[in-house]
Write a protein that binds this ligand. Structure first.
Ligand code: HEM
Length: 493
């Protein structure tokens, strides 16, 4: 009798705790406690598309005890993400693991700490050259090194050389840590693998801990192992350790009158420009490590993934590759590289890069936002803790906005006279609003210069008898990377 009573009380408490509030957007509530988990047989975007057909552009979907709201309309996303109430990150395990349980840094930080870290890093990166000629010259230098490296990889079927990642890493790492790696340096390759591994690990079953944080305390070690908990811990601590070594090294060699890079500026900021000793509190030091890891992670993986996607599409659509090469040859013969301000001379390339951003939607659900108090949204009330996701891919494939939403069609971004057509409506590869990408201007220049350098010097084709796919990995929820492919690199005469 007592057992029945206890069970009844537990059930009642769970029922009351998991009751659907009346003011939520329409969508899926699911079962008490578990809500409705996404299936693994179909990708998340397709599942949200199905809900969108039924419920419209604002969809609620409870997974575990966590309420998610998916925004599928460009104007709604733009309006909502401009509001400060929506500029928080959810208290996910996979977000706080970087700060040993605290939400630190730029990507995953919250509140004043996030605002200050973002503002400070952006100001310093700008002073160190981001958006300026000095940085463009550094990018051109890396592009030239990349071309030299690709010459050693011509004529045979192989995956894209690791040097793509090294060039991209060098660009951000020069500003952040005043360091660069030779294209074949195994150390550089190791760091690139670390970033790839963390990205892969974050997209795996580890996500279940974000939906059921209680499992972090309840799950036995073998389940944690199966869900990738220990793997993620190991990789994040390797990255943090790697970053810490740089910070320690910078502390030992800091010259306050000549800060070399972002790490020096962070150290000076924490020490009021006094280097006699560095009384940085544990939390400040931790935040510094996370800020630097953020830039290492966000700066390397995203742009590298976009270079891979770009070459994948250009191999699949050789006519587009040929048109770009013709355009480059007319304005920038071998040995000359453009500045980003000269992109009006390469409208077809510019349109193609935009189209690749659109069709690929590198971060299809952007990065999760959340509200930290009950918040109004288009007539609904979202309870504190609701996770809000901008489903940017749905905007990128909206048939009302794009002539051929599911096809690769650079003409989406071209005027009839062949000039570049700038389009903002429905297009937001770098997110929008207060948490939009902090590296957008850097990424745009990188992608542009690296592609010009590669296409000016090489033609990329698929090996005979092999196929190349632009299909996405159905398990992607964060960064959508191209499936590995083989390529034949041929030097152009
Ligand atoms: C093609 C390359 C890139 C794409 C498509 C991209 C896309 C994005 C997106 C969609 C977000 C999330 C926006 C949101 O939460 O609403 C983001 C955030 C961020 N990105 Fe990028 N990104 C790229 C390259 C870079 C680079 C090169 C850097 C390095 C400086 C960078 C640094 C960041 C940072 C620090 C954030 C977090 C901003 C915040 O939470 O305040 N990104 N990026």
């Amino acid at each position: 009798m007592l057992t029945v009573l206890i069970l009844f009380v537990i059930f009642l408490v769970l029922y009351l705790a998991c009751r659907r509030p009346a003011t939520l957007p329409p969508g899926v509530w699911g079962l008490p406690v578990v809500g409705k988990l996404p299936t693994t047989s179909v990708d998340l975007c397709t599942q949200v598309d199905q809900l969108r057909n039924k419920y419209g552009d604002i969809i609620m979907w409870r997974m575990g005890c966590q309420i998610n709201v998916f925004l599928c309309d460009y104007n709604i996303i733009k309006k909502v993400f401009a509001r400060p109430e929506f500029s928080y990150r959810p208290d996910y395990f996979t977000y706080s693991i970087w700060g040993e349980g605290q939400m630190l840094g730029i990507i995953f930080g919250n509140g004043e700490a996030w605002k200050n870290s973002r503002r400070f890093a952006l100001r310093q990166l700008r002073d160190l050259g981001m958006g300026k000629t000095r940085l463009e010259e550094a990018i051109q230098y890396e592009a030239t090194c990349l071309v030299h490296n690709f010459r050693q990889h011509t004529g045979k079927a192989q995956p894209l050389p690791m040097s793509v990642g090294v060039a991209v890493l060098n660009i951000i790492w020069k500003m952040v840590a005043d360091t660069r790696y030779e294209m074949d340096d195994p150390k550089g390759h190791k760091f690139i693998r670390l970033v790839q591994d963390v990205c892969q690990s974050l997209q795996g079953p580890i996500f279940i801990f974000n939906l059921f944080p209680v499992l972090l305390h309840l799950a036995p070690p073998f389940i944690k192992k199966k869900l990738g908990y220990y793997t993620l811990k190991k990789i994040t601590s390797e990255i943090i350790e790697f970053v810490s070594e740089f910070i320690e090294d910078h502390k030992a060699t800091l010259n306050p009158s000549q800060p070399r890079d972002l790490i020096d500026h962070l150290l000076l900021e924490h020490n009021n420009n006094n280097t006699q000793h560095i009384p940085i509190s544990y939390d400040e030091e931790m935040n510094m490590r996370v800020v630097v890891s953020d830039l290492f992670f966000a700066g390397a993986e995203t742009t590298t993934a976009m270079v891979h996607w770009s070459l994948c599409y250009l191999i699949k659509y050789p006519i587009v590759q040929h048109n770009i090469q013709k355009e480059i040859d007319a304005s920038f013969p071998k040995g000359t590289l453009p500045y980003y301000s000269e992109r009006n001379k390469l409208p077809y390339l510019e349109a193609t890069i935009h189209e690749i951003h659109r069709i690929v939607s590198l971060t299809p659900m952007s990065v999760a936002h959340s509200v930290t108090q009950d918040t109004q949204l288009e007539g609904y009330t979202l309870p504190k803790g609701t996770v809000v996701l901008a489903y940017t891919e749905s905007c990128h494939r909206n048939p009302q906005l794009w002539e051929r939403p599911h096809q690769f069609y650079p003409e989406h971004f071209l005027n009839t006279d062949g000039s570049f057509k700038s389009r903002t409506e429905g297009f937001m590869p770098f997110g929008t609003g207060r948490r939009s990408c902090a590296g957008e201007s850097l990424a745009k220049v990188e992608l542009f210069v690296l592609l010009v350098a590669l296409l000016q010097n090489f033609t990329f084709t698929k090996p005979p008898g092999e196929s190349i796919t632009t299909e996405k990995d159905p398990n992607v929820i964060i960064i959508n990377t191209a499936k590995p492919f083989n390529v034949i690199i041929t030097e152009r005469q």
